[in-house]
Design a protein around this ligand. Structure first.
Ligand SMILES: [Zn+2]
Length: 154
C-alpha cells in the first residue's frame, strides 16, 4: 500500500474518506457541485492551484468519512479526466478508482437548446456522452450537441 507523505500534500492528510487528486483547476467547483459537496455534512477540505509536477497546477478535494461511488466518480471524468480518486482507510490509500466517462448522464447538466423540452417543461435532462475534442453531450430529447466548453450545471 502506498503511504501518503505529508510533503506532497499542502492539504492535511485524512484518516478515512475520499481524496480526489489531479483535478484540473478549472473543474474544482464544478466537481464540488456535481458531488453535492456544498450541501454535504462531511468535513471537506480542498486546495486550488497547487503545484503539480505532472500538470503544472492542480486542485485536490478531500472528503472525510465519505467513500465516493463509482457512478459519482464517472461524473468527475466529464470535467477532469485527469483526476485520480483514492479511497483512504487508516491514512493509507486502500483503493485507487479508475475515472472513466459515463456512457450517459441524467439530470445535472442543462441542454444547450433553448427550445428543448427540458428547458421548458419539468423534464429531467438526459444525454449520451460522445467523444471528440473533449467530451460532448447529445440530448436524448432534441439530439442537439452540447459541447464540452458549453456544459452548464443545473
Ligand atoms: Zn435537448
Amino acid at each position: 500500500m502506498e503511504k501518503i507523505k505529508g510533503t506532497n500534500f499542502e492539504v492535511k492528510a485524512i484518516e478515512n474518506g475520499t481524496v480526489i487528486d489531479h483535478i484540473s483547476p478549472d473543474a474544482l467547483f464544478k466537481i464540488i457541485k456535481i458531488l453535492g459537496l456544498e450541501r454535504d455534512s462531511h468535513r471537506l477540505t480542498f486546495g486550488q492551484n497547487l503545484e503539480s509536477r505532472r500538470m503544472g497546477k492542480k486542485a485536490i478535494i478531500k472528503i472525510n468519512d465519505r467513500y465516493c461511488e463509482q457512478e459519482e466518480i464517472n461524473k468527475i471524468a466529464l470535467f477532469s479526466p485527469s483526476a485520480v480518486v483514492n479511497i483512504i482507510r487508516d491514512f493509507k490509500v486502500a483503493e485507487k478508482l479508475p475515472v472513466a466517462p459515463p456512457e450517459s448522464i441524467e439530470g445535472f447538466v442543462r441542454c444547450i437548446n433553448p427550445t428543448c423540452i427540458t428547458n421548458n417543461q419539468p423534464v429531467r435532462t438526459r444525454f449520451d456522452v460522445i467523444g471528440g475534442d473533449g467530451l460532448s453531450l447529445r440530448c436524448k430529447y432534441c439530439e442537439k450537441i452540447t459541447l464540452h466548453q458549453q456544459i452548464e450545471l443545473l
